[in-house]
Ligand binder design. Structure first.
Ligand code: AKG
Length: 270
């Protein structure tokens, strides 16, 4: 891939006060058209090339567990692929993340391509921040489809307002989280929000504590999605409270110790 052919994504796009307010109230918001069609087409090729090159999941869908059936998950492509690095370190995305959170600057946690294959299963209810040993609630994920998607293709689904509760249950994404959190959501009466369509280049954003899930991909097309996770600059590493946080501390936080600032070479300020 010729780097010179990729458009720069470093200019700012204004996020409105209304979008910011919706994000903070509901714990999620969509910013339509964060990438133009041309930009998205160019980066889709780059991300696809890298995602399939580095994908290690070779089993058939039927041979995997619920989490494995949910999507192909290819992580931190920016570390190994120069074109994807231009996408993940985009200042446009990072500025949007900082404005939504209301902080001066954000750092990168990691990126991940989440490709829900045709016939791929549901993504169980979960909270992302269950996995992250960070002392801030100012964490955010950008979830961007690289193709137009509709409600049959595994649309991201939220329990609106659930981020305000913080950690709900000490449970990883699994059949167990699906059952326990479904019950919790019903009990609390959270409104469920799921758009019917998203265009390639639209960006869905959610807090690390917002409860979310996605239905199965019942279409014959791969739901190609790229995600980037950020946290507020200045956040410190906390003592891991589960094995996943310990793995994340080592993999995404450069092995930094509890109490230290989360600021390894893998966590640049963008
Ligand atoms: O893409 C999905 O199905 C789930 C995505 C998700 O959980 C996330 O980006 O935090």
């Amino acid at each position: 891939m010729d780097l010179g052919k990729l458009p720069s994504l470093d200019n700012n796009i204004q996020i409105s006060e209304e979008q910011i307010s919706r994000f903070r109230t509901n714990g999620h918001v969509i910013i339509p058209g964060l990438l133009s069609n041309e930009e998205c087409t160019a980066y889709r090729s780059a991300i696809n090339e890298a995602a399939y090159k580095y994908n290690t999941e070779k089993r058939k869908i039927e041979e995997r567990d619920t989490y494995g059936r949910a999507f192909l998950q290819i992580m931190n492509l920016w570390e190994v692929d120069e074109p994807v690095k231009l996408f993940t370190l985009s200042k446009r995305f990072a500025r949007a993340a900082a404005d939504l959170l209301g902080v001066p600057a954000v750092r990168l946690y990691h990126d991940q391509a989440l490709y829900k294959e045709a016939g791929g299963g549901l993504t169980p209810w979960h909270q992302d921040q269950y996995y992250w040993p960070l002392d801030t609630t100012n964490t955010i994920t950008m979830w961007m489809p690289l193709v137009d998607i509709n409600i049959d293709m595994g649309m991201l689904t939220f329990a609106s307002g659930s981020h305000k509760e913080g950690a709900v249950k000490n449970v990883a994404i699994s059949d167990e989280s699906q059952t326990a959190l479904n019950e919790h959501i019903s009990k609390k009466g959270y409104q469920i929000s799921r758009p019917t369509t998203m265009k390639a280049g639209d960006a869905s954003w959610h807090y690390g504590w917002t409860l979310h899930s996605a239905p199965a991909n019942n279409s014959s097309v791969v739901r190609e999605v790229m995600t980037i996770i950020y946290f507020a600059d200045g956040a410190k590493i906390t003592k891991p409270v589960n094995e996943h946080q310990e793995a994340d501390r080592q993999r995404w936080l450069g092995g930094g110790h509890p109490g230290q600032e989360a600021a390894s070479r893998l966590n640049p300020i963008i």
